[in-house]
Structure formats: structure tokens, C-alpha cells
Design a protein around this ligand. Structure first.
Ligand code: MTE
Ligand code: HPA
Ligand code: MOS
Length: 750
């Protein structure tokens, strides 16, 4: 099935929040935020702003009828600051005016006095000062202490990976309308409609049933709208509750960059021990996560870092600890990979450090330690249907790694101003929300009396094409043409209590619910058709909009069966609930089986480095990826390519910078560089691995949204390889992104 949005996307006809028709009496909101990263609010003077013609009202925490609290996992974040501010860009007030321009003018007229307090911007400093979000977490397998004592090689090192801006094309935004009897309808660009509904109810002090949240689609989310779409919708909802007029609030890019959290920067300290045969015997890491000023999703992200700290390797003795460090940055949040990439970067760095010290190729250590069937992860899950070695071997053979390596070596012998580098990056990514209770979804299917079908689920479309996959599931079961199916917007009154669209698990969870609902409907329709044809229900199938008996086409159409079902008063609506079986996790022991399955793959990256300028080009990324049995290869390869580009951006050029006062310096697209067509890999080959696919994956088509981002880590090590080829004295550093500036410094260090 073609992506169902491609036609309207291409013509610019697809609707986003900013496109929907607003009521004539609608007002426009704008947030007034803190101009300091930490301090006591001494005085805020709103008089001039409030007096401006066209300003309707300015809202602060004092106007809240419910609770001034939006924290999801930990209640530590006010909607609007009360007497203290904890990050630059923290919301303090909400201006509502006749137009956006007036609200902006008014914002400039607000005077604020802040008594400044010391600012922490790095995780290291927070750790030294004992500033944490919550208690640290540790995973342990075997005994690292005794194992290190028996290792032939032991190396220690430090890594840093920087944050990353989501840069969804569509900025954060919402439109809120009052309905009758104190009810509201919120249209939001959110990955978590239920989170918006729940938080708005809490802040407004009204029950959830008075709030309807509707999501048409997102112009990208990438995790940035899992939790952080909520505050804007709630601000507008507070204003609507008190003004009884609609309010629209779309953040401009500048405000969005300044006020929202990003991927978490991590400082990490590792110790790795190996035996002579290059088997990794022991691995310890201390991760310092820069969480920002409030918890947001940090504890869950920290947890996923621990889950992925050994990537696709088996290590018998592991001890990993993560500290969520509280700093004065905007609360950092979910970003594609959800802490996994930060974990994998460290083990890859540790392997690179070990290889460099021993004087061998990193690839030899990687290959010697790949996960095998029935190996245990540090959190107790036993690895099954493991494709680590198979993707590695297939990549090695199909893309002829030996020849590639030889070409690189020859090139480097014959060239001095330019060098080539190569790396292999295996991945293993766990699929399921790490928080077991979140792994559920529902679907609501209506077959209308003319035979057309409406499908509702809790899934949010954000460019990953989950809606197309939902329709594919229904289409296959009903055996009807695509034009008979429509996917409805994601709406909390149709499908309630949803988990956010996240964890790459949306198609699995919601698709399984669609499958169950359609199968139930199908059972009824088979009965109806069997009576029409005087055969047994089990002999009936539907294909090409027609009833088939024992695989033979009949004269009875889908529409005729639906019409007959109406006459017989058969229910043509079905609702189904799916919850992932098997999974569990015991946080008191830090052991369990948290993931339905893992996704595997291997990427071979080759690059060319200009040793005069420190610039590099990615020649090719050759990937063997475990899709299971892909239900839509076009969409899935698109996800691999997009995630790869995003991963390469994170590792090479996207450099978030705050000054020591906590002010965001990389606050525009001229100071924050994202990959463009010139920096993309010149060739990307994606080869699907032939596998059975896991039954917990929808139609055995494995989750694909996040795992391929981590192929981008390979680019870091390919560049490092080339740098080392030019400068033998280069002491490896693990400080990403590896920007051309950093590369240049490394090339000429003595
Ligand atoms: N692809 C596009 N085009 N836009 C996005 O915002 N988000 C990613 C990934 N792919 C995203 C995307 C993230 S962070 C996740 S968790 C998954 O999609 C979520 O969707 P899924 O669960 O349907 O894979
Ligand atoms: N992944 C992504 N988003 C999440 C998760 C997770 O494991 N848990 C809570 N939100
Ligand atoms: Mo994705 S980071 O789980 O939204």
C-alpha cells in the first residue's frame, strides 16, 4: 500500500494544527518565559503589557483553578513558575491577545526582576554538587570486581555525547475551543493525546471527560512531542476555561528552540576488561545524564540507557549505573532512541579504546563478542531469535568488507592530503515501553452501511506512516480495496487512555488491536455470508471486495454482505484491546523480560577525510537490517534512511551550545547545523535480512522507528579511523559530535 498521505502531502493539502479553521472570535496566546537560568523572582510588572490595546488578559500561576503541576513521572514541574525559575526559557506567564503580533509586542513590555542564583549547566558539576532528579539506578550481571582482576587487558576512559535538537518541521502548537457546559476541545500537535487530556484536567481542576483531545497528524515529533507538547495545550486550555473563547498558540521556531528540552547530553566513565582472545569479560559504566531542571521523561530515558549499555554484545560481567543530574537547562526529553544511543556510544567507545591500546582493529573485538542465542542481557532477559551474528556476517559478505578494508588501506598508503576511514556498527534495540504497564492499545472499527470503513486507534501519525500500516492490517483482513478504508484522527473520545506514540511500538500495539477488532467483525460477516450462500462460515473468505467460498469467487459483493448484516441487525462496530503478553520487569531486582523482542542490524560506513580542512564526506553506509517480514518495505526503508541521517547529524555536526549562564547559543538554524543533502551519505544501501519475524510484531513486521538511528554512531568511528590514519599520535577522544573543527584539532595535535 502506498503511504496514504503522499497525495495530500505532495500537494500541500494535508492539515496540521496551524491549518485548521478557527472560530471568528479566536484569540492568540504567547508564553512569557524566564530570561535567566536560575533565580528568585523578585517582581514582575505586567501593567504596561496588560494595558496594550488588543491584549485581553495575562495569565499566571495565580489563575490556575486546579494544580500548577505538569510533571508526568515526578511532580516537579510547574506549568508557570511561581517564585523561582530553574531554566532559561521557563514559562512564567501567558499573554492572550487579539493577534499574535500584539501578544509579541506585549511580551516585550513585561518587566521582570530576578535575583540570580548559581547556574549548573553540566552533568559533571551537578554530580559534584549532589544535584539529582532522583536516586541512581544500577544494573548488574556477574561480578565485575573479580573479573577485572583476571583480565589480560583493562582500560578506562571517558566519553561525552551532546544533546540534539528535534527540529520537527512543524513547531509545537495547539488550538483550544470552549464547548458547552465547561467542556473543551483541544487540537494539539502531540504524540500523547491522553497525556495532554490528563494534565489539562489536573491543571484546570476538571474531570478528564470534559476534555476532548484531537490529533490530526504531526509534522514530525521524534520524541520532542511525547511530553513537551503538553504545556502549550494546557496553557491555552487555562485561558479558554477563564475567557470562554477559543485560543490558538503556535510557537515560532525561536521560542520553540529556547523553551523546549532536547536529547540528553551524557558524560560517561567506562572500564572495560578483556582476555587475550579478545573476549570482553567485564564492563563498568557510570552514566551522568544531563536531565535539565525537571524530571520530564529523564528517569525512563536513563533506564533505557542501562538496557542498551552493552548494545549487541554479550558481556558476562556488567555493572552500569546512571545518575539523572539536575541542571539549569530546559528539561531534556525523549528523542529517537530514548537514551539507547547514549548507552551504545559508550560501549563502542570502550571497544575503540581497547582496540587502539592493544593495537588491533576495533572490528576484531566487535566480532568476537556478538550476542548469541540464549545469552543473557545484564537485566536478565535471555536473548532469543538473535540476529547479531547473522546481520554482521551478511553485511560482511554482501558488502564485501574485506575488499572495502583493503581499498581503504591502499588509499591511505597512497594519499596524504586525504584519508579514508571505515567502521562497522552493529545494533540491538529492545522493543516495548520499558515501563511494562504502558504496553497496551485499542482500536475502534466502524463498518458503515454502504460498506465503507472507519478505523480509529490510539496511534499518532507523525511521518512514520503508522496510519498506512493500520489500514494495511484492516485491508488484509477484510479483503477490500484501499479506497473503502479511512483512518480517523486520533481522538480521546473515540480511543481513550492511550500510551503515547513512542518506543517504536505504536504499529505493533495499535496494529494488534486493529487486527483483533477486524477479526471479530470478520467472524460475524462470515456467518452472514454463509447464510446467503448456504455454506459453512469457515469456508468463507473475502477478497477483492467479494465473497469467496473455498477459494472460489462468488457473485456476492462485500457491500451485499454488509447490507444483509444491517437487515439482520448484526453489530458492525467493534472495539478491541491489546496488551503485550510475556513482558515483565522487577525494578527492585532490576531483572526481568522487559522487551517483546529485539531488532538487530549491522551498518558498514566508509568516509573520506580532507586532512587540510578537517571536513569529511560519507562515501557509503551499507546496512543489513532485520525488518522481520516487512509489511511495507517502502515505508520501512524510509524509516531506516531518515533515522540514519538523524543519527549521523547527532554524531557529526549538530552541536547544542549553552553559555555558562544557561543561555542557549545554538538558537537558530544558522548556529545549529543539521544534515542537508550535501552532508548526507552519498550512498545508502539497505538490505533486508531474511528472517521469520516475531509473532509479537504486527504481521511479523518488526518495529523500525528508532533502531536505525544508532547506525549513525558508525560514522563517528569511521571518521576516527581516518584521523588516526593521518595522525598516528592522535590520542582517541570520545567527544561527539565530531565536528570538522574537532577533527582538524585532532589531525594536527602532537
Ligand atoms: N519518523 C518520522 N517521519 N517522524 C517522526 O517524528 N519519530 C520517530 C520514529 N520515526 C518519527 C519517525 C520516533 S522517536 C519513534 S518512537 C517512532 O517513529 C514512533 O512511531 P512508531 O512507534 O509508529 O514507530
Ligand atoms: N520508549 C519511549 N518512550 C517512552 C518509553 C520508552 O521506553 N517509556 C516511556 N516513554
Ligand atoms: Mo520516540 S523517542 O519513543 O518518541
Amino acid at each position: 500500500m502506498k503511504n496514504i498521505d503522499s497525495y495530500t502531502h505532495l500537494r500541500g493539502e494535508s492539515l496540521f494544527v496551524d491549518d485548521i479553521m478557527i472560530r471568528q472570535d479566536a484569540l492568540f496566546g504567547l508564553c512569557f518565559d524566564s530570561p535567566k537560568a536560575h533565580g528568585k523572582i523578585k517582581k514582575v510588572d505586567y501593567t504596561k503589557a496588560a494595558a496594550l490595546q488588543g491584549v485581553v488578559r495575562i495569565f499566571t500561576y495565580k489563575d490556575i483553578l486546579g494544580e500548577n503541576q505538569i510533571g508526568g513521572i515526578i511532580p516537579d514541574e510547574p506549568l508557570w513558575a511561581e517564585d523561582e525559575v530553574h531554566f532559561w526559557g521557563q514559562p512564567i506567564a501567558f499573554i492572550v491577545a487579539e493577534s499574535e503580533a500584539i501578544a509579541k509586542k506585549a511580551r516585550a513590555l513585561i518587566c521582570i526582576e530576578i535575583e540570580e542564583l548559581p547556574v549548573i549547566t553540566t552533568a559533571k558539576e551537578a554530580k559534584e554538587k549532589g544535584s539529582f532528579i532522583n536516586a541512581p539506578r544500577s544494573f548488574e550481571l556477574g561480578n565485575t570486581k573479580t573479573s577485572f582482576a583476571n583480565c589480560d587487558y583493562v582500560f578506562e576512559g571517558e566519553t561525552f555525547s551532546n544533546g540534539q535538537e528535534h527540529l520537527y518541521l512543524e513547531t509545537q502548537g495547539c488550538y483550544v475551543e470552549p464547548k458547552e457546559n465547561g467542556t473543551l476541545k483541544i487540537t494539539s500537535s502531540t504524540q500523547g493525546p491522553t497525556q495532554v487530556q490528563k494534565t489539562a484536567a489536573k491543571v484546570l481542576g476538571i474531570p478528564m471527560h470534559k476534555i476532548e483531545v484531537d490529533v490530526i497528524r504531526l509534522g514530525g515529533g521524534f520524541g520532542g512531542k511525547e511530553d513537551q507538547a503538553t504545556p502549550w495545550a494546557v496553557m491555552a486550555a487555562v485561558a479558554v476555561q477563564l475567557l470562554n473563547r477559543p485560543v490558538k498558540y503556535i510557537l515560532n521556531r525561536h521560542d520553540d528552540l529556547r523553551m523546549t528540552g532536547k536529547r540528553h547530553p551524557y558524560n560517561s566513565f567506562f572500564k572495560i576488561g578483556l582476555s587475550k582472545d579478545l573476549k570482553i569479560q567485564a564492563f563498568e559504566v557510570e552514566f551522568l545524564q544531563n536531565s535539565g531542571a525537571a524530571a520530564d521523561l529523564s528517569p525512563a530515558i536513563a533506564e533505557r540507557t542501562l538496557f542498551h549499555a552493552t548494545n549487541s554484545y554479550f558481556i558476562p560481567n556488567v555493572h552500569t549505573t546512571v545518575f539523572s543530574c539536575k541542571t539549569n537547562l530546559p528539561p531534556n526529553t525523549a528523542f529517537r532512541g530514548f537514551g539507547g544511543p547514549q548507552g551504545m556510544y559508550v560501549i563502542e567507545s570502550a571497544i575503540a579504546a581497547a582496540a587502539d591500546n592493544i593495537g588491533i582493529d576495533k572490528i576484531n573485538i566487535q566480532e568476537a563478542n556478538l550476542l548469541k542465542e540464549n545469552d543473557s542481557f545484564s537485566y536478565g532477559q535471555i536473548a532469543t531469535e538473535v540476529q547479531a551474528e547473522k546481520t554482521w556476517k551478511t553485511a560482511k559478505e554482501k558488502f564485501d568488507l574485506k575488499t572495502l578494508q583493503k581499498e581503504v588501506a591502499d588509499y591511505n598508503t597512497n594519499n596524504h592530503q586525504t584519508k579514508k576511514g571505515i567502521s562497522v556498527m552493529p545494533i540491538a534495540f529492545g522493543i516495548s515501553f520499558t515501563n511494562t504497564p504502558m504496553n497496551h492499545a485499542r482500536a475502534l472499527i466502524h463498518i458503515y452501511q454502504d460498506g465503507s470503513v472507519g478505523v480509529s486507534t490510539g496511534a499518532v501519525e507523525m511521518g512514520q506512516s503508522v496510519n498506512t500500516k493500520m489500514l494495511q492490517v484492516a485491508q488484509d483482513i477484510f479483503g477490500i480495496s484501499a479506497d473503502k478504508l479511512k483512518l480517523e484522527s486520533t481522538n480521546t473520545t473515540r480511543v481513550a487512555n492511550t500510551s503515547p506514540t513512542a518506543a517504536s511500538a505504536t504499529a505493533d500495539l495499535n496494529g494488534k488491536a486493529v487486527e483483533m477488532a477486524c477479526n471479530n467483525l470478520m467472524e460475524r460477516l462470515q456467518k452472514v455470508a454463509s447464510k446467503l450462500l448456504y455454506v459453512k462460515p469457515e469456508n468463507i473468505t473475502f477478497q477483492n471486495d467479494t465473497v469467496f467460498v473455498d477459494g472460489k469467487k462468488t457473485m456476492i459483493s462485500w457491500e451485499a454482505v454488509i447490507a444483509q448484516a444491517m437487515l439482520e441487525r448484526v453489530a458492525l462496530t467493534e472495539n478491541a484491546h491489546y496488551a503485550t503478553p510475556i513482558i515483565h520487569f522487577d525494578k527492585t531486582k532490576e531483572k526481568g523480560h522487559p522487551f517483546a523482542y529485539h531488532v538487530y542490524g549491522t551498518a558498514i560506513t566508509s568516509i573520506t577525510l580532507d586532512c587540510l580542512r578537517g571536513t569529511y564526506e560519507i562515501d557509503a553506509v551499507n546496512i543489513v537490517h532485520d525488518f522481520g517480514k516487512s509489511m511495507n518495505l517502502g515505508i520501512d526503508i524510509g524509516q531506516v534512511e531518515g533515522a540514519l541521517a538523524q543519527g549521523i547529524g547527532w554524531m557529526t555536526m549538530e552541536e547544542i551550545a549553552y553559555d555558562t549562564n544557561g543561555k542557549l547559543l545554538s538558537n537558530t538554524l544558522s548556529t545549529y547545523k543539521v544534515p542537508d543533502i550535501f552532508s548526507a551519505a552519498k550512498k545508502v544501501n539497505v538490505l533486508p535480512l531474511e528472517t521469520e519475524g516475531n509473532p509479537m510484531a504486527i504481521k511479523k513486521s518488526k518495529a523500525v522507528g528508532e533502531p536505525p538511528l544508532m547506525y549513525g554512531i558508525g560514522t563517528y568511528f569511521a571518521i576516527q579511523h581516518a584521523v588516526k590514519a593521518f595522525n598516528k599520535n592522535h590520542k582517541l577522544q570520545f567527544n561527539s559530535p565530531f565536528t570538522p573543527e574537532k577533527v582538524l584539532m585532532s589531525l594536527y595535535e602532537k
